[in-house]
Design a protein around this ligand. Structure first.
Ligand code: RFL
Ligand code: PHB
Length: 392
């Protein structure tokens, strides 16, 4: 089997790349370890930057998103039982917050790619990256229960997430990894309930972080700060509602609408960057190359930014024989990535109760929050980062 670009992964990075390359007339095949059903049901991100929503439109896969997504004028920040509406729309010249779950994005991308006749191979095993230092790279793989096959290609793209094999294919001596692990995690729930508020609430109150988000008019997504090593068994529903009530509580008579909790999970929070993001004929993109804590809602958006840069560079290579943009892929992406790392770290430290921090640090976080209320420059900086920085 032969194609121009062999892509490992059908997450946001791999699927957006497939559609971008198809638009540029470049051939590609995606190999995915999980089943299509699993990819389309795994719960992760919720917020799209404004240009990602526009890119879905431009790729012809934005129709359902425009119909079903929730578009908010801003976000609410809460501390010391006070709420503050950060008017992102006014602060950024009309950009709104798009709340549309990652698995819905993936359903739309998969349907769009298959409708083009694109090749997405699910349920593959034993993916092996070969020959990236030479002129003839390839990916070895096995379809479930079948013979080993080889996908020959000009370039291999590792869009295989944090735990995939692609990053490890860059020799250890040729990469540097930067990491920060936070001493807290998020317990996430889905509940059958009506919306309690008209936009997302990010709160730091009564022992730490809570986030109120949404999935639909009848299903709400909420997160509460917890020990990253904790187990959902230690979180009976009553305890979850007690924590959420405390962390989202106000003194103006507002109350959180409770419902049946039908999903619970715990994730640890980390920041991570691998430099460089390319080696020979291999390019890595998205979570394969970097991780941000979810507090800034940046992970999916950064993955799409990487593959937008990569698709343009591959287009320059195939259409005009230009190599430069491809050689500078990693450098170009990392400028945006480190700004997103900074923003995600800033939101995370400001909004969580860190057991390793002092009372002084905690006071500083409240001052940072209060600055957003009193300084238009500070508010504008957060707003611009949240809906998506310009590409340079
Ligand atoms: P993914 O989504 O992990 O996809 C990688 C795919 O590669 C497959 N794979 C392989 N396939 C073949 N062979 C192998 N050997 C393979 N190994 C792995 C995997 O099965 C998978 O399908 O990476 P990608 O495409 O880089 O996308 C990254 C995003 O998924 C991630 O950054 C976001 O979900 C992060 N994130 C958020 N991002 C946002 O932009 N906005 C948000 O609001 C937001 N909220 C979140 C989040 C992540 C969260 N968790 C669960 C950490 C909220 C949470 C709670
Ligand atoms: C979500 O709805 O899952 C969500 C929203 C905002 C975040 C993280 C997650 O920052």
């Amino acid at each position: 089997m032969r194609t121009q670009v062999g892509i490992i992964g059908c997450g946001p990075a791999g699927l957006f790349l497939a559609l971008l390359l198809a638009r540029a007339g470049i051939g590609c095949v995606n190999l995915e370890r999980r089943s299509r059903a699993e990819v389309e049901t795994t719960l992760r991100a919720g917020v799209l930057e404004h240009w990602v929503a526009e890119l879905m439109d431009a790729l012809g896969v934005g129709v359902r998103m425009r119909r079903e997504a929730h578009f908010h004028a801003g976000i609410t920040l809460q501390w010391q039982r006070q709420r503050y509406h950060l008017d992102i729309e006014a602060l950024t010249g009309g950009r709104r917050v798009t709340v549309y779950p990652q698995h819905e994005v993936l359903k739309d991308l998969i349907a769009g790619r298959l409708a083009q006749g694109g090749e997405l191979i699910f349920d593959v095993e034993e993916t092996e990256i070969r020959g990236i230092d030479g002129a003839a790279p390839s990916i070895g793989f096995r379809r479930k229960g079948s013979e080993l096959e080889t996908l020959e290609c000009d370039y291999v793209v590792g869009a295989d997430g944090f735990h995939g094999p692609a990053r490890q294919a860059i020799p250890r001596s040729a990469r540097v990894e930067y990491e920060k692990v936070y001493p807290f995690g998020w317990l996430g729930i889905l509940t059958q309930a009506k919306k309690s508020w008209h936009e997302l609430i990010y709160a730091n109150q009564a022992g730490g972080f809570a986030l109120l988000s949404t999935r639909s008019d009848d299903v709400q997504r909420m997160y509460v700060q917890c020990d990253p090593a904790d187990n959902v068994e230690n979180w009976p529903d009553d305890r979850i509602w007690d924590e959420l009530d405390a962390r989202l509580g106000t003194d103006d008579g507002w109350s959180l609408i409770h419902g049946t909790i039908f999903q619970k999970n715990i994730v640890g929070l980390r920041s991570f960057v691998c430099e460089p993001m390319q080696h020979g004929k291999l390019f890595i993109a998205g979570d394969a190359a970097h991780i941000v804590p979810p507090t800034g809602a940046k992970g999916l958006n950064l993955a799409v930014a990487d593959v937008l840069v990569l698709s343009r560079a591959l287009e320059a290579r195939y259409r005009r024989g230009e190599q430069e943009a491809l050689d500078r892929y990693s450098e170009t992406c990392l400028r945006r990535i480190w700004k997103a790392e900074r923003f995600s770290w800033f939101m995370t430290t400001m909004l969580h109760d860190n057991p390793q921090e002092s009372g002084f640090d905690r006071r500083i976080h409240f001052a940072e929050l209060d600055l957003l209320r009193t300084s238009r420059a500070a508010a504008m900086s957060l707003a611009e980062n949240y809906v998506g920085l310009a590409f340079d």
